[in-house]
Design a protein around this ligand. Structure first.
Ligand SMILES: [Zn+2]
Length: 249
């Protein structure tokens, strides 16, 4: 058993006993962990207010060597999630992030970049800006980190590069694009234009400033949502349940 210290986002909470909880955390240095927080339901505990859903805290935990639960011993609040009161999309966008981190990350598989982007996305959802570009960036970075980001450079069948002269469609099972000449009726998809594909690349850029410079039109957002929802549902093997509440309009 070793004692570890890291930053963490609370992505799931479950009652364990009268006074304790099991907390699923997405941590900066260890990826996802599940830990028992003894006494977490008491008003005065070692965790104070640090264990609300989507709060970010600096934690100390005992890492168990066997398959039993880790033990959370301390948590110190860094930031509580306070979604913009003007938009329900911001609130449900946060729940969506928790659902995807919980469903698509593995225990003790660290992804520090994904941690940072998740944390940045939660902060963006607290502002009055349109929440969708930040949510899209999170989806794209997540897909990239787990090795499931579709190929956006060329047609998967004939290899023709993406350019303004052709339209493409997203071929979800193969994780890439198919051009109009290669498209067959059984791959019928909504068309995607080259401009939208360029936006996808910018939104998934390493540099957050590049992603922030993107201001998609409503039509482009619809196309982008279609691609990321299809790609995320494909790897999750179901449609994320939070999407029901995450109305696009
Ligand atoms: Zn083609």
């Amino acid at each position: 058993m070793s004692q570890e210290k890291t930053d963490a986002l609370v992505i799931r909470l479950a009652d364990w006993s009268e006074s304790s909880r099991v907390v699923t955390l997405f941590t900066r240095d260890f990826g996802k962990i599940s830990a028992l927080a003894k006494g977490a339901k008491r008003l005065r505990s070692a965790f104070e207010a640090g264990l609300d859903l989507l709060s970010e805290s600096r934690i100390v935990f005992l890492r168990k060597s066997s398959s039993s639960l880790d033990i959370l011993t301390e948590s110190q609040l860094i930031a509580r999630f306070q979604p913009s009161p003007s938009s329900l999309t911001s609130l449900y966008g946060g729940y969506y992030i928790a659902e995807l981190l919980s469903g698509l990350s593995e225990e003790y598989d660290p992804h520090p970049r994904l941690y940072q982007v998740a944390s940045d996305t939660l902060r963006s959802l607290e502002s009055d800006d349109d929440p969708w570009p930040a949510i899209l960036r999170f989806e794209l970075v997540l897909l990239n980190e787990i090795g499931s980001l579709p190929e956006f450079d060329a047609c998967l069948v004939c290899g023709c590069p993406v350019n303004d002269q052709r339209t493409f469609a997203f071929w979800v099972n193969q994780g890439g694009l198919i051009c109009a000449s290669c498209k067959r009726p059984d791959y019928e998809q909504r068309p995607i234009d080259a401009g939208t594909i360029a936006l996808l690349k910018k939104l998934s850029d390493d540099d957050p400033a590049v992603a922030r410079s993107v201001t998609p039109s409503r039509d482009q957002l619809t196309q982008l949502r279609h691609i990321t929802t299809a790609a995320v549902s494909h790897v999750l093997e179901r449609r994320p349940s939070t999407l029901r509440y995450l109305n696009f309009d």
